[in-house]
Design a protein around this ligand. Structure first.
Ligand code: NAD
Length: 291
């Protein structure tokens, strides 16, 4: 049994905190949204009134926040986790953020005696709800081993992928594959429909062959029906494509398809679809095709 402080109880963090409470851990949670904290209360967690209140008494603090400014505010800011946590606390940031912020968190954490892991996830809302996430972890091997039982309560594929920031680099690679796949599934739907072929039947066949993917498996019906409630918002995927392109520049490599997908995601956002699910990338292809 571990005392866990959980900050960020949204689409992903809410169900994740619920799984930890269900596994017998003592969970205190904090979020700016009252709706989010009400859900934690309903699954047996304690609602904390501030970051400091969440961290007090916690052996492990987990953050699941939108982007690096929120993580920096909550972890590095005045009264933040790294200032108020007791020595030897383990801070696990599971948000998707730029790798350099993860490295900075680990550096400041080391100065203050707090151990830090970056542990972003893949698997979406369904993966969070079913405790079936893929979790990619950067940091010290001993800290990964200490956190592994908690990760096993949240996910089915859990891997230590390298030093601080490596988890975020793996997540960036994940996001460019996911974005590219959505783009191409959208193009397949537009081609099938414009050619008078039933898209649902066509995609059923694709899903059973070499073109098959988790995205075709889980999202083909909702895409054909144009149901785009999130899920994972275009706004967040826009952030992630920026992280992937910045990581590519840092690594001095050329990723032309990633650049194109980033522009398509930016277009979806510019069209006013930022709050829709990322499968709404399909709407960009429709516009480009005059449909
Ligand atoms: P979300 O917007 O649903 O949840 C974020 C939560 O953080 C919100 O409830 C918000 O109120 C809270 N928050 C923001 N600033 C805060 C602060 N300063 N203090 C306390 N709470 C604060 O987002 P989400 O979809 O759960 O995504 C969270 C992270 O997980 C993101 O980095 C995202 O990229 C990543 N992610 C999301 C998915 C997905 O399918 N939704 C999948 C994998 C990874």
């Amino acid at each position: 049994m571990t005392n866990v402080g959980f900050i960020g109880l949204g689409i992903m963090g809410g169900p994740m905190a619920g799984h930890l409470a269900a596994a017998g851990h003592v969970v205190a949670g904090y979020d700016l949204s009252t709706e989010a904290v009400d859900k934690l209360r309903s699954v047996g967690g304690r609602v904390a009134g501030s970051v400091a209140d969440t961290v007090a008494g916690a052996d492990v603090v987990i953050t699941m926040l939108p982007n690096h400014p929120q993580v920096e505010q909550v972890a590095l800011g005045a009264g933040g986790v790294l200032e108020v946590a007791k020595p030897d606390t383990l801070l696990i940031d599971m948000s998707t953020i730029r790798p350099e912020t993860s490295v900075e968190l680990a550096k400041v954490g080391a100065e203050r005696g707090v151990r830090v892991l970056d542990a972003p996830v893949s698997g979406g809302e369904a993966g969070a709800k079913q405790a079936a996430l893929s979790i990619m972890v950067g940091g010290e091997g001993g800290d990964f081993a200490a956190a592994k039982p908690l990760f096993d309560s949240l996910g089915t594929t859990v891997a230590h992928v390298g030093p601080h920031g490596a988890g975020q680099v793996v997540k960036a690679a994940n996001q460019l594959v996911v974005g590219g796949t959505y783009g191409l599934v959208g193009e397949a739907i537009v081609l099938l429909e414009a050619s008078g072929v039933d898209a649902a039947t066509g995609l059923d066949v694709l899903a059973g062959g070499l073109a098959g993917s988790r995205i075709l498996e889980l999202k083909r019906e909702s895409m054909v029906a144009r149901r785009f409630e999130p899920g994972f918002r275009i706004d967040l995927h826009h952030k992630d494509m920026g992280i992937a392109l910045a990581a590519a520049r840092q690594a001095e490599v050329s990723l032309p398809l990633t650049g194109l997908v980033a522009q398509l995601v930016a277009a979806a956002r510019a069209m006013g679809n930022g709050s829709l699910d990322h499968s709404a990338l399909l709407t960009v292809t429709e516009q480009l095709s005059g449909r």
